[in-house]
Design a protein around this ligand. Structure first.
Ligand code: ATP
Length: 345
């Protein structure tokens, strides 16, 4: 099988399991983001893919070959890890050409490749600059070019943009994705920033407690979260208790809601409803009764907080569709079954 395949990969440090039975297939040419809270095992998994740590159990295949125990320098990888800083005493060009030079690549081929890569990272003519004189964003681009110099089979980046300010980080996310698409290189990025993952990835792998909770396209992770951890971790959501009566009809916060079904045999669950899918109306039949407690105007979006049956529900709307409500007002909450997801409780 081509691509990268992880099969039942586990890593233990003493009695502690940092990565637990992870299996994942990454097809050639795709962009995967490993996403999760601090300590969930992202970096440990990445280090095993890079060959910097050996799994306690399981195997890793790249391009059909078992590389579980192959040393890092024989894996054909490009790496941008925070710990792998640029060489400060070398120029930009010398940094980028570094791995070509140690492989004995002829000087003229090195120069051609450096120029190609500098054009690709939008820093043409920078070859002779000192890396000390680069901005944070430029330095990060040079680190990316250095990792790509040998045209690796697999490109691994661990929190590559976390040191950059918010604006530059967003711009670099788009650049990195476009670069990856142009080169068609299989890429894995570790991040704890969900917006970053959603911007760049074909597949977002959400991890928690050393395990994969869901691996899917960004829109599916957002629209069809596999469990309440994923629903809550990715974006903002309302998690509302849902219960079924003996006839199987579902009620949310005490109100029967048409079109919502619990899995066969289940009598209760959680409904994940994104704030932009909550509709506020006049109180009335079929609407969950609530009271507005707070309104937050963020300029680009209006958030309305509603208390309903002891639970806080947040509705988000654009300024154009600002709900005509005020704090203390009784309102009805309407949910659209098509955009709500029933999860196990
Ligand atoms: P962060 O976003 O904070 O970097 P992470 O998801 O990358 O977190 P890891 O660095 O993979 O998390 O760590 C996962 C768990 O394994 C943590 O609880 C960490 O303390 C533990 N761990 C990692 N490396 C070692 C080690 N060498 N020895 C013992 N425990 C370790």
């Amino acid at each position: 099988m081509s691509g990268l395949n992880l099969s039942h990969v586990t890593k233990q440090f003493g009695n502690f399991t940092a990565v637990n039975d992870v299996s994942l297939s990454v097809p050639d040419g795709t962009f995967v983001c490993l996403l999760g809270p601090s300590g969930c095992g992202k970096t440990t998994l990445m280090r095993m893919i890079a060959g910097l740590d050996l799994p306690t159990n399981g195997s890793i295949e790249l391009g059909g070959a078992d590389i579980t125990a192959v040393p890092t320098h024989k894996r054909d990888l490009g790496m941008v890890f925070q710990s792998l800083a640029l060489f400060p005493h070398l120029t930009v060009g010398e940094n980028i050409a570094y791995s070509l030079r140690i492989r004995g690549t002829p000087k003229d081929v090195q120069k051609k490749r450096v120029d190609e890569l500098l054009a690709m990272i939008h820093l043409p003519g920078f070859a002779d600059r000192s890396v000390a004189k680069l901005s944070g964003g430029q330095r990060q681009r040079v680190a990316i070019a250095r990792a790509l110099a040998i045209s690796p089979k697999l490109f691994l980046l661990d929190e590559p943009l976390s040191a950059l300010d918010a604006k530059l980080r967003e711009a670099m996310q788009v650049e990195l994705r476009q670069l990856q698409q142009r080169l068609g290189i299989t890429t894995i990025v570790v991040t704890h920033d969900q917006r970053e993952a959603m911007t760049m990835a074909d597949t977002v792998v959400v991890m928690n407690g050393g395990e994969i909770r869901q691996a899917a396209a960004p829109v599916d992770i957002y629209r069809r979260p596999a469990d309440s951890f994923v629903a809550d971790f990715i974006g903002q959501t309302n998690l509302l208790p849902v219960a079924a009566d003996s006839a199987g009809r579902a009620s949310v916060l005490g109100e029967l809601v048409e079109g919502i079904a619990l899995p066969a045999g289940a009598t209760k669950g959680m409904l994940s409803v994104r704030p932009e899918d909550v509709q506020l109306t006049a109180p009335g039949h079929g609407a969950i009764a609530g009271t507005v407690t707070f309104i937050r105007d963020l300029g680009g979006a209006i958030e309305t907080f509603v208390e309903a049956g002891g639970t806080q529900v947040i509705a988000v709307s654009s300024p154009r569709n600002r709900p005509d409500v005020s704090v203390g007002q009784s309102v009805g909450i309407r949910l659209d079954p098509a955009t709500s997801v029933v999860l196990a409780r």
